[in-house]
Design a protein around this ligand. Sequence first.
Ligand code: PRX
Length: 665
Amino acid sequence: MSTEETPAVKTYPVAPRLQATPTPHIGPDLDAYRAAHKGSVGEGSDEWWGEKARELLYWDRPFKTIRSGGFATGDIAWFPEGGLNVSYNAVDRWAFEDPDRIAIIYEADEPDGGCSITYGELLRQVSSLANVLSTTFGVRPGDTVSIYLPTTWHAAVALLACARIGAIHSVVFAGFSAEALRDRINDCQSRVLITCDEGRRGGKAIATKAIADAALEACHGIVEHVLVLKRTGGKINWTEGRDRWWDEEMAKVPKYCPPRVMSAEDPLFILYTSGSTGKPKGVVHTSGGYALCAALTVKYVFDVHKGDRFACMADVGWITGHTYIVYGPLLNGVTTLMFESTPVYPTPARYWEVVAKHKLTQFYNSPTAIRLLRRLGAHHVEPHDLSSLRVLGSVGEPINPEAWEWYHEHAGRGQCAIVDTFWQTETGSIVLTPFPGAVPTKPGSATVAFFGHEPVILDAMSGTPLEGNNVEGVLALGTPWPSIARTIWRDHARYLDTYMKPYPGLFYTGDGAARDEDGYIWIKGRVDDVINVSGHRLSTAEIESALIMHKGVAETAVIGTADELTGQAVYSFVTLKPEFSYDSGNEAGLVKELVLQVRKVIGPFAAPKKIYIVPDLPKTRSGKIMRRIMRKIVAGEGDQLGDLSTIAEPSTVDAIKQKVAEGNA
Ligand code: PRX
């Protein structure tokens, strides 16, 4: 397969600020990158990884073996004899060296409501919470703790406190609904939930505790203790004996807790993500390998140096928040920013005010936010002093060249490196990225492989690797790396089936990708039933099962379609049960109910942008829904539907065309 015709692509040389001090870790050109990367793959790379693991982490117990197992057997392990504590590595090392160094800058939703936490204070907070969890609640190593919190500094404390005592944290994004939270608590059987009274985002209050209460009602008493952070002081319901205030419990326990030495392969956390079936997957990451790649990628992809102030604007509830708000920056001993608000609150200048106020050096963000800010105008950026910035990152979805150029010109002022970083919840850390001091960039391309990675582009049908340049197919990864997820919680067979079996000997990403004439990789988006809306990963099957729970719905098909702002948007087609009667003059009312249904089962961020009530769905004679047809019609390509000979009832296509045309009118 060859790549489609693409317009001429501009190449940007290494950015001016990466040619100045501090000298980049890898530079000044592609040769330097190639030489550095060579050591991290293939023969002799064990030594390279051993050295990095010793350089970036403190090991209480040395490892002998670097790696064992592989994709085929699904028994991957890194540094298996090694013992370490991730919270010691992220907090204590710097607290002892320089207790007054700022660890976390908290930018609250209210612009004047934030604060800074030093490494010394962070150690006391993490220790205290570790003591609450272990002595007050009886959490033991290997137990799971669920966390349902907004992006406040307390969330980082919660993650690190679990890590300190060897408990496995399972953070649930605070935008998930009660039912989604319930399912995630039930799946990992947490006895403890950490949450808050209310969240605040964009000036609005979110009823976090009320949602948690509703989730726990259906958890059959699994959760014995709920620790509640007072975020707003709003009125909440209280269950005596189960609920306890964060501050009160913290005040009762000692402020130091010795870190527990864990095996490198002990799980550090579970994070649920959407796959191509209706059931979310509990992706499991380990202590040693994950921590190493979190630290390594922050150091090299963002070219972090001592004294830097690193900002990842993600929510702590997603993998980006785990790796690039909490673990990666803190494992490097730099300052990390936690941002609770939105890019437009109280005004679209918020990001740039934050950059100028804290003199941020790295800024990591999503294409959706960049597109939104571009649309709102550069005049919001221009007045602000952004001269502290060196590296600007992008993650979560393909970034279109126009957004890239805008980011470069207005946020970067033409001086900063732009790193378009491709990775996934399952990879734990960045896989493809430019190295900012060494790799010239092309807007829209995630460029080259990070250390340890050997990306392969395959022909999707035959699985044959497509050698050379100018090829397009599906992306697989050739060698296990330290932060690869080790399993899906209580479902190792699904782990093997999803990632290892499609192309034996390789890890399958589920993404389409092309390699251009310079060997640069371009991610083309998911090729499975996963939709990416504003960088949020959603499964079509999950949204379909939410819709089908509505009493009137007979069948439904959910598709992702291109959206100028959010990258993709959720569209769904619904047929109704014959016995279901509703006021056909008020179809809008039913559509509203269906949207609410998805908000209730998954969360507001998964709500379909459009729902079409149709008489029938296009199906093959064997009854398989032909989503391809609906995708084409929605994309305005209804006259290019190709071969329709397999369709059972061709008239369904016209009805859908008509409905979509009416909806667009
Ligand atoms: O499709 C790819 C897209 O996001 C998916 C992973 O989603 P998730 O596990 O939620 O992790 C998001 C944050 C790492 C990928 O399969 N994706 C991620 N980064 C990029 C991207 N698509 C294009 N370019 C990227 N830089």
